[in-house]
Each structure stands twice: as C-alpha cells, then as structure tokens.
Write a protein that binds this ligand. Structure first.
Ligand code: ADP
Length: 375
C-alpha cells in the first residue's frame, strides 16, 4: 500500500539512495523524470519527517493537488489547545486519555495483542460543547499531527474525489504518525445506508471510510506501533449514523451540555483575562445559564464585554478621539466598568443570547446514549 511506499521512500532518502519507483503508483508525465534525480527537499531537523507533498512531487505521484490540498486545508497548525483550556468534562478527558492517548503515547502496551487499541472514538452531543476542542487537546498532548476534516466539506467541496481524498488522508496520517484524524459531522458521510436517494458516489465514500477505519489498529503488530493513527469522530446527529460505522467507532462518548460545575468553570475561563471584582458571584452566573452550551456561554461573555465599550465609545467620543488621536484613551474607564459591572452586563446579555439546544433534542441524545453509548 502507498503508506509503505511512503515509508520506503523515507528510508531511501535517509540512506541517501535514489528513490525507487513506486509500483502501482502512476506517475505524472512531467514529474516522472524527477524520480531519477536526487531528492531536493528542504533540510529537516533530526527526527522531522519530510512533507508528504515533497515525497509525492519527487516520486511523481498523481494526486499531488489533492495531497497539497490536505496539507494546506486539513492538517491543523492552529494554536495549541491544552486540557486546561477546556472547562469541565473531567470524565471525558479521563476516558480519552485511556482510549486515544495511551495507544499514541505508549504503543508498546498494545504489542503482541496484549491490549486491543480501539479503532475510533465517536463524540456525540449538542453543538458547541467542546468536541473539537477535546480532539485538538488530545492531539496536542500526544504531539500528534492533527487532521481536522469536516465530513460535510469533504462531501461537498471534494465531490467526485471524496473517496480518493479519504484514502490519501489515511495514507498521509500513517506517514505523519502519530496522527489523529478528527472527522467532524461524520453523519454527513456516514448516514444510514440503503435509502433510494443515496447516490452511488456517497456510498463509495462511506465504504472507503469504513475500510480505512477498519485498517486502523488492526494491521500487523509492527504496524500498530509504527503507524499510530487514531480516528476521532464527532456528530450532533448520532441517530443518523449507519450501523456499520457505529460498530467501527467502538467508544461512543456523550458530550452533554455543561452542568452547573461546568458552567461555572466556563465563566471563570472566559473572564480569566478580565480584571473582574474579587467577589464575582460565579454560582449566580452558572445558575442563570442552565441549558446553555459552552459556545453559548462564550457568546454571552463576548456580548457582555462589549457593553462597556459601547457605553464609552459614543459617536461624540469617537469624534473627539479622531481629533486628538489619543491612543489608549478610555482603557481605564472600560476596565473600571468591567470590574464593577460585568456580572450585571452578563445577566443583561443573557436576554440577547438564547440557548441553542432544545429540550426535545436533549432527550433524544440521552436515549441514544442509553442504547449505544460507552459507559
Ligand atoms: P463542538 O465541536 O462540540 O461543536 P467546539 O469544541 O467547536 O464545539 O466549541 C465551540 C466553542 O465553544 C469553542 O471554541 C469554545 O470557545 C467554546 N466551548 C465549548 N465548550 C467548551 C468547554 N468545555 N471549555 C471551553 N470552551 C468551550
């Protein structure tokens, strides 16, 4: 398989040998002649892997555009998230440590079939509850390359090529391993099978994804150690996931709306950078936001933080500033308003930001958890 070819190409490069032709991998005509030239990639730090696209170019693989597209749009080089950036969800953090982080950090435990790594984890629950943040934090802690894929984008933007994209994605993840493939909105390509409206092409993408997830963790023993690839999937619509996919994602974790403790932690996290009065009543804020998601609470805090700015920056004040060009003007006033009035402002902002998840939806999540969730 191409993953091995990629490994072989790395070995060739490390041994300063001419890259061997990759059997079965078609070559683009213009790049084919490059296969005989010595590698011309940028120098690497010790232990750093060559970019997959560089290998592809050297070896003259087709699909170079897709490969570069994945490297550009899907490999996530954004800010590093840590578990401290995520409020609450202690139980989930613990579970992810066991299911995802252990095989990535201590693969020797899974050698010789002593322990069986799980193929994939499904996080389900209402939107804005921290599923993406959790995946990012896990990847960061494991020092893994993070592939952030939106299944609906995969299905729409790469229409016609999504099946190939899925295959290349997993090949690339094996190249960069340890790696985590985060597949958001998995329901978009793993919806229940069989409906008359299901197109042949989407059926093929789904099948490819099933095959690839099956391959993760079930390769030869040495593969498990060498190719540490883990799939983390997320959905707001778990009941739409097809049974075959559900079985592949062996751990299924409910990420619910934050409880009282979680909401309190969310406010503390959001107001960390604001110099709020010492006696802020976080319990009052947490009590007032029952039913709000983490994302809703962030929205409420952002709205409230704008109130002092809006109060101060009246049109007249802005006019004065334009004349005087006084940089930093108003900072002290805003800080004073924040310090003394933020709780009041947050409670006012609550009137403008409504809960984004309905009760009937919550009941549906709980029922699904009872039936299919991991305890
Ligand atoms: P999901 O993937 O569940 O839809 P995200 O992880 O993308 O949600 O969260 C969206 C935003 O909501 C985050 O960027 C963050 O600002 C906020 N958020 C949600 N839950 C939490 C949490 N538990 N801790 C900190 N921030 C959170």
């Amino acid at each position: 398989p191409p993953a091995r070819l990629a490994n072989r190409a790395v070995a060739d490069k490390e041994n300063n040998r001419k890259p061997r032709a990759a059997p079965g991998v078609k070559k683009n005509t213009p790049a084919a002649s490059n296969a005989d030239k010595p590698p011309s990639t940028t120098p690497k730090k010790p232990g750093e892997k060559p970019k997959y696209s560089e290998l592809a170019r050297e070896q003259g693989w087709v699909d170079i555009e897709l490969i570069e597209g994945i490297e550009r749009d899907i490999v996530d080089n954004g800010p590093k998230i840590t578990f401290e950036d995520i409020a609450g969800l202690e139980h989930t953090k613990q579970l992810l440590q066991e299911a995802v982080m252990l095989p990535q950090i201590a693969p020797h435990l899974f050698k010789d079939g002593r322990l069986k790594p799980c193929n994939g984890v499904l996080m389900f629950g209402p939107p804005g509850t921290g599923k993406t943040l959790l995946a990012k934090a896990v990847a960061n802690v494991c020092n893994s390359t993070f592939f952030n894929v939106s299944a609906s984008t995969l299905a729409s933007k790469y229409r016609g090529e999504s099946e190939k994209m899925v295959r290349i994605l997993f090949e690339m993840a094996r190249h960069y391993s340890p790696a985590i493939i985060f597949m958001d909105e998995i329901d978009a390509i793993a919806g229940a099978r069989g409906g008359a409206e299901e197109h042949e092409s989407s059926r093929r993408v789904k099948t490819e994804l099933l095959v690839q997830i099956n391959g993760v963790g079930s390769g030869e023993k040495s593969d498990i150690e060498n190719n540490r690839v883990m799939v983390l999937a997320a959905t707001n619509l778990p009941w739409q996931i097809d049974e075959a996919m559900r079985r592949r994602l062996t751990k299924r974790v409910y990420i619910p709306l934050p409880d009282l403790h979680g909401r309190k932690a969310l406010f503390q996290l959001n107001l960390k950078r604001v110099d709020v009065a010492e006696d802020v009543d976080y319990d009052k804020l947490a009590t007032a936001t029952e039913g709000y998601s983490g994302d809703d609470i962030c929205g409420v805090c952002e709205t409230a933080k704008m109130f002092p700015v809006k109060r101060l920056y009246t049109p007249e004040y802005l006019k004065q500033l334009q004349v005087k060009r006084n940089e930093g003007a108003g900072d002290d006033e805003i800080k004073a308003m924040e310090k003394n009035g933020l709780v009041h402002d947050i409670l006012t902002a609550l009137d403008n930001v409504s809960k984004s998840v309905g009760q009937d939806q919550l009941v549906r999540f709980q029922k699904w958890e009872e039936e299919f969730g991991s305890k």
